[in-house]
Structures are given as structure tokens and as C-alpha cells.
Design a protein around this ligand. Structure first.
Ligand code: BGC
Length: 763
């Protein structure tokens, strides 16, 4: 592994701490200190802005704009869409003695910024010393409401340390915000209003026509003057300060985006603002603590170590908690309009788009902690089935081709190599449906939604597959597998295998529907115009699919891969990461270096379908050729390494996966967090060290505690049960916290989990 940690934040079990601000890490900190509640999100940027390097961004899930693209060839999109920053609700200005607060220029000390994962709050404090020698202690607190997801809170506290005098304070809301990548404001036609303590603003995007209402209630001493300029409205007041007496300015914010517009949205916004007034900031803070408390009771992962390993393990503990914290912020279900952006709501990179990562990597976390959210994620795909049907047609295929990158169901990726050649979004959606139904037993979902998606995906694959070539068998030609460093390849093993499994899954779903709900089957047949001969052809394709594999079980990633020149990935200097910034696009295609697990990905997803010998030979061959340039890579390797008993490697990859952003391993955390790695860090614990397997019959575990840990403890939700798993040196305890006893397998042997704890020791 060529990558290394760049340690900046302090280790703490429940907090992320930045002490003494280093401007070089400004944007990294902004990403790490992001807050969100699935609906609204905000980067950890300084309220007062200033000249520090910043990627200022407050986002609303589902808010985007579009740009036309030059007309190109058939199959290549001619319009793209991307998340844009919405109203800047943190906007604050502070002036003292005619000096404007700007940490890029000001003299300040005692800086500390903390993200508290027990309350979901971000605080920043420091002492500002003006040129005249006056010292003002400032503390900024913010949080986004996890329950009322349209609400957010900000509190600014000020204490004059060595004088009594005045400070000029401004607080506002603004749609004069720039999309940093395009250096463009995407908001127009703002309506602004302000009363004594309220600011209200509504604006419309340039092309997508979406409207957002932003409102703020300010609790500010003194007489404030209202200022309106462009798409910004603010209040400004001169506040008296008495030495040693702290004052607070509270701001409660409502951001509404509900697909209504104009007066209807305005009125809903006003009502939501009035509603929010019923709760004080303290009450909202208390409710917030209770929310997180309940969350951690199910979703906490506790790691313990002896004294000599305490430091290393403290970093891992913090890392995994940070990941769980972020997952709850990024998505927790309830809206079928949202998916999981590859950067969540933490930055503009990846444009807010969701990828196949959702089903292949993020879904397990929700399956085992919040199955309703897993279902909602899949319903997003059902709701966007019409767009997937249209996309398949653009590619001269039939059925449903799911987009590689999307916010609204349409393909948004303008790189045709990715958008047209990657079939993994479609096979991942199929895998997600299958995995969800397999784990939850929710057959109603399969019959009401899943079967239709599976049918259309199978139809797409059947129209995309070819027969012939060197092997004379079925295979996918001209594709890009998960390893994006090889494009336009033939017989990518992953794509062929996932295609085969998808076809089999679709056939099984339709058979079950026909047997159990004949009327629904007849309806679906009619709706989709399914011909009798189609499933028969899917069977022929699945049976005749080419799967390259030598006599030892080594799988060639794609035709010709074994003949490619070799790149020694350990010889690549760390300054050249991320490669996409330092190597030309075509240079990375010319060798056997791979970006992320490809063959290994299918060994992870359909784990129980492959033997240990197959996993070993492929792991040992492909891992040294993998540069882990994709954030989903390290955890997949860690999980397989743990299964193969390569515990040192497993722990090393886990450190990488779990602290990818905290330690900026890929040197691009400034762009936003790597949500897939965050989700996979959880999988790394549960599938890696506890050895959960959920793709076979029932649940299987094979716990392997890393040498330097003496405790690993977590819970999983499974079919109405809560199972607590505690791994210690002398064995693993399984206990049912809630629900009916359950038969599981541990190290391959049948066991029953009940309220009475069972202890299983050793392999
Ligand atoms: C990876 C893709 C992934 C995307 C979003 C890319 O770098 O190669 O597999 O879907 O990032 O995480």
C-alpha cells in the first residue's frame, strides 16, 4: 500500500478536535466538520468567511441545477445536472474597532474546533486580539436538527476579555452563493422580506426551476438595521459588551424545499418558521442529544485495547465512530427522493451524485441498523425506473440501464467511457434488491417493486450481451468494470458474473411472483410486455456466460489483462496522489495497475459462492496491483484479508478505510468526505472482523479479533431482532437484546442466539 496518513486531528473517543488552526488544512477541516441531517448539510466553514482558503457550501439534498453540454454522439448525454450550494445561513460579520474579523489576517490565539458526536454539534472558539490590543473571546456553535430536518441552529457567543465597549454584528441569509467549481451563482428571482427579528428569502434556480425558501429567526440584543442587497438579506446591530460578561446571539433557520414553488412555498416557509419558534435553542439541543443517544445505542461500535496499544486503537475507535456518525447524517431514510451522494452533502466534488456505491457498499450498514432506510434507498431506484428505461434506449438497448452518476435518475456523467460502458450500476441495483429481500424477508417489496426492476435490468443485460468472439460463449464486450483504470475491455469477469447472477435473480423473482401472486404477475407481464421467450433466453445467457478462471481458480480480470505491462505501485511517490490530478487520463490505462477491487469485488459481494482457495489466489494476485485510488477499495481488501487470516493487512487496510478522511490518505479530503469508504468502514468491522456473511443461508459469523484489540462490540438489527455481539480475547458472546431466538452459524457450525448469552471461543 503506497498511501500514508497525514495526521492533523486529535484522537478522542467521541470528538474530532482541531487545536490551533493550520490554514493549510482549512478545506480538509471544512469537510471533516461537515454537519447534515440527510435533508440539509453544511461544510465546516467559518461563519465569518474571510480570506482563509475555503470551499463554502450549505446544501439541500435534491437541489440541483443543469447545464447543457455540446451536442455529441448518440448515447452521450447532452445535459448534465449537479448539486449547487443553497442559501448560506451561517453568514456572519463581526467588526471591532473598525477591524473586520478575518482569521486569514487577524491576530488570534486559543483556537479550538470540536465536533461532538454525542450531540451532533460543532463548536469553534478562539480569542481575537485587535490591533488596538482589545481581546474578544468568540464561540460559535451550530447544529442541524436531526428530527425537524428543515431546521438548523447557530449561536454566537462573545465575551470582551480586557475592555468594555461595542461590537458590530451582522447576521444574514444569502442566495448570492457561488458554485465553486463553476464560479457561478445558480440562483435568481429572489424575494426578500425582513421584520424585526425575521429574515426571509426565496429564490429559484436558473435552469432546473427548483425553488427554496430560507428563513431565520434572530435573537439579538439591541436595535438591528435591515440590509438588503441582491439575493441577500441581513440584520446589523451595534452591541454593547461589558468586560467578563458573555452575550449570545441565537439564530434559528428553516430551509424548505418541497417541490412547491411561489406563494405556496413562501406560505409553508413562514408557517415552518413560526413552528420552529415554539422550541428554544436549548430544547432543540436537548432533543438532539436524545436523538444521538438513541442512535448510538444501536449503531455504536466499541473497540478496546490493552494499555500498550491504547494510542493506535484510540485513533481507530475515533475513526469508526466518525464513520457511523457521518452515515446517520448522510442518510437515515424517510425520503424516497434522496440517495447517497458519493460526497454526501459535504462538498461539490462528484456533484452530489449517487453511484453504484449505494447498493454495493452502503446498503449493508442500513440493512443491519435501519432496514426501513435500506428500503427507501431502493425505492429511489424504483421511482427513477422511467429514466433508466429511457437511458437504455439511448444506448440502443432495451430494459433499464441505471445511471453511473445521478441526483434525479437521469444520467449526469458526461464521460462516455463511464456512463456508457459501466454496467455495474444496473447489476448493483439488482444485487441490492436481492440482498435486501434476502436479509429482511420483505417479499412484499420484491413483488410490489423489486420484480419489475429486476425484469427491466435483466432485459437490459440481455440486450447488451454478445455471443461469440474467442470463447464462443456469452459475455459483455466493450465495458468498463469496477476497475476504472481499464476501459472498453471484453469479458470483464465481474461484469459477466454479476450479469449472470442478475439474470438468475430476475428469473427467480418472476417465478416466485407467478407462484405466489399470479394476478400481480399477469399485471406486470402486461405492463412490461414481457414475452414468454424472454426468461428462457435469460436462462440460456446465464448458463452460457463466459467466466475466465484457470485451473487454480485465478480469474483474469478481463481478456488480455495478464499480458499488460507491470507498474510497481510502491514506486509511485505519495505527492502524485490523487493520480487523476497528476497523471494524464490515458497514461493510467496502459498497465496492470488497477484502481480498486474488480475480481475481488465479486468475491466480496457473492462471498459464499467462492471457495477460500479461490479467494486466496485472487487476493494475493490482485492486491499488490491495486492502488486503492477509489475509496471503496481498502475496506473490501480488509474484509477479504481478515477472512484469509491475514490479520496484519486487515488491520492496516481498516486504518486506511476508517480514517481515510480524518487522516486525508488520498490527499483530497478538502473536496468532501468519501462516503463509500465511510460506509465500508462499518462493513469492515462487521463483515471483516466479525466475519458476518449475509449472502448465504441465514447469517454466518466468523469472528477474528485483531491482535492489538481486546474488545470489539456492536449490535445488528435482523428481522425484528437486536443481536449484540461482543468479541473478546477468550471468545465471542452473542446475545439477543430484542426479538425471537435465531439460528445462526458461527465458524460454520449451527448455533442459536437467545436472551441467554452464548460464548463461542476460537476458530
Ligand atoms: C470509483 C467508482 C465509484 C465512484 C464514486 C470512483 O472513483 O472508481 O467505482 O463509483 O468513485 O465513489
Amino acid at each position: 500500500m503506497a498511501k500514508a496518513a497525514d495526521v492533523y486531528f486529535r484522537a478522542d473517543p467521541w470528538k474530532i478536535i482541531e487545536k490551533d488552526f493550520d490554514p493549510a488544512y482549512s478545506q480538509v477541516s471544512e469537510s471533516v466538520f461537515s454537519l447534515a441531517n440527510e435533508t440539509i448539510g453544511v461544510r465546516g466553514c467559518f461563519e465569518e468567511g474571510g480570506s482563509v482558503s475555503s470551499l463554502r457550501g450549505a446544501y439541500i439534498n435534491g437541489v440541483y441545477d443543469t447545464e447543457p453540454l455540446p451536442r455529441s454522439y448518440r448515447g452521450i448525454i447532452d445535459e448534465t445536472h449537479f448539486m449547487i450550494p443553497a442559501a448560506d445561513w451561517l453568514m456572519t460579520g463581526i467588526s471591532l474597532d473598525g477591524e473586520k474579523l478575518d482569521l486569514g489576517k487577524a491576530d488570534f490565539h486559543s483556537f479550538r474546533r470540536e465536533l461532538d458526536m454525542l450531540s451532533g454539534t460543532l463548536t469553534r472558539s478562539f480569542v481575537w486580539r485587535t490591533a488596538s490590543g482589545r481581546e474578544l473571546r468568540l464561540t460559535f456553535l451550530r447544529f442541524v436538527d436531526m428530527i425537524h430536518r428543515e431546521r438548523a441552529y447557530q449561536r454566537v457567543s462573545m465575551e470582551a476579555l480586557n475592555y468594555s465597549g461595542e461590537v458590530v454584528f451582522t447576521s444574514g441569509l444569502s442566495f448570492d452563493v457561488l458554485h465553486m467549481g463553476n464560479r457561478k451563482c445558480y440562483w435568481q428571482e429572489a424575494r426578500t422580506e425582513a421584520t424585526e427579528n425575521r429574515l426571509m428569502l426565496q429564490a429559484r434556480t436558473l435552469r432546473s426551476g427548483q425553488e427554496v425558501f430560507a428563513g431565520a429567526l434572530l435573537d439579538m440584543p439591541g436595535n438591528a438595521a435591515i440590509q438588503r442587497t441582491g439575493k441577500t438579506v441581513s440584520m446589523c446591530a451595534t452591541l454593547p459588551l461589558r468586560q467578563g460578561r458573555e452575550i449570545h446571539i441565537d439564530k434559528r433557520v428553516v430551509l424548505l424545499f418541497d417541490e412547491t414553488a411561489g406563494e405556496t412555498l413562501w406560505q409553508s416557509g413562514l408557517a415552518a418558521l413560526s413552528e420552529s419558534e415554539k422550541v428554544s435553542t436549548e430544547e432543540a439541543l436537548q432533543a438532539q442529544r436524545e436523538y444521538w443517544d438513541a442512535y448510538w445505542r444501536i449503531s455504536d461500535v466499541k473497540i478496546g485495547a490493552s494499555k500498550e496499544n491504547a494510542a493506535a486503537v484510540a485513533a481507530e475507535q475515533q475513526g469508526i465512530r466518525f464513520c457511523s456518525f457521518q452515515l446517520a447524517q448522510i442518510y437515515n431514510g424517510g425520503s424516497m427522493r434522496h440517495n447517497i451522494g458519493a460526497k454526501g452533502l459535504t462538498g461539490e466534488a462528484y456533484n452530489g451524485h449517487a453511484f453504484w456505491d449505494t447498493e454495493a457498499c452502503c446498503l449493508p450498514f442500513y440493512l443491519f441498523t435501519n432496514p426501513q432506510a435500506a428500503r427507501d434507498l431502493l425505492l429511489f431506484r424504483y421511482n427513477t425506473l422511467p429514466q433508466a428505461l429511457a437511458r437504455a434506449q439511448m444506448l440502443d438497448c432495451r430494459g433499464a440501464c441505471y445511471p453511473i452518476a445521478t441526483l434525479n435518475g437521469n444520467e449526469a456523467c458526461s464521460l462516455w467511457q463511464h456512463a456508457s460502458l459501466q454496467l455495474q450500476p444496473s447489476t448493483a441495483v439488482a444485487y441490492g434488491i436481492w440482498h435486501y429481500v434476502h436479509v429482511t424477508g420483505d417479499r412484499a417489496f420484491l413483488y410490489d417493486y423489486g420484480a419489475e426492476m429486476l425484469l427491466q435490468i435483466a432485459r437490459f443485460l440481455a440486450s447488451r450481451v454478445e455471443k461469440g468472439g474467442r470463447t464462443g460463449k456469452y459475455g459483455f464486450f466493450g465495458v468498463m468494470g469496477p476497475d476504472e483504470f481499464h476501459m472498453m475491455v471484453n469479458n470483464n469477469a465481474y461484469t459477466n458474473y454479476m450479469g449472470k447472477r442478475t439474470l438468475m435473480c430476475a428469473m427467480a423473482a418472476l417465478d416466485a411472483l407467478r407462484a405466489e401472486r399470479p394476478e400481480a404477475f399477469a399485471e406486470l407481464t402486461q405492463k412490461t410486455d414481457l414475452k414468454e421467450e424472454e426468461p428462457a433466453r435469460w436462462r440460456e445467457i446465464a448458463d452460457g456466460m463466459y467466466l475466465p478462471r484457470d485451473e487454480n481458480g485465478l480469474i483474469e480480470q478481463h481478456d488480455g489483462y495478464f499480458n499488460l505491462p507491470h507498474t510497481d505501485i510502491n514506486a509511485i511517490p505519495v505527492e502524485q496522489f490523487p493520480l487523476y490530478d497528476h497523471w494524464s487520463y490515458d497514461r493510467i490505462y496502459r498497465s496492470d495497475m488497477i484502481k480498486q477491487p474488480d475480481v475481488l469485488m465479486m468475491l466480496y459481494l457473492y462471498n459464499t459462492s467462492f471457495s477460500e482457495a479461490e479467494k486466496r489466489i485472487n487476493y494475493e494476485f490482485y492486491e499488490p496491483r491495486t492502488i486503492h485510488e477509489s475509496s471503496l477499495s481498502p475496506a473490501i481488501h480488509s474484509i477479504l484479508a481478515a477472512e484469509l487470516g491475514k490479520m496484519e493487512e486487515a488491520v492496516r487496510f481498516f486504518g486506511f478505510a476508517t480514517r481515510l478522511d480524518l487522516d486525508n490518505y488520498n490527499r483530497n479530503t478538502r473536496e468532501g468526505l468519501h462516503v463509500t469508504s465511510i460506509a465500508m468502514a462499518w462493513a469492515n468491522i462487521v463483515y471483516g472482523f466479525a466475519g458476518l456473511r449475509s449472502d448465504g443461508d441465514g447469517l454466518g459469523f466468523a469472528p477474528r479479533l485483531p491482535e492489538r484489540w481486546n474488545l470489539l462490540c456492536f449490535s445488528v438489527l435482523y428481522q425484528g431482532r437486536v443481536i449484540r455481539i461482543t468479541m473478546e480475547k477468550d471468545g465471542t458472546r452473542f446475545r439477543l437484546v430484542r426479538g425471537e431466538p435465531l439460528d445462526i452459524r458461527v465458524y460454520g457450525k449451527p448455533r442459536t442466539v437467545s436472551k441467554e448469552e452464548i460464548i463461542i471461543s476460537g476458530l
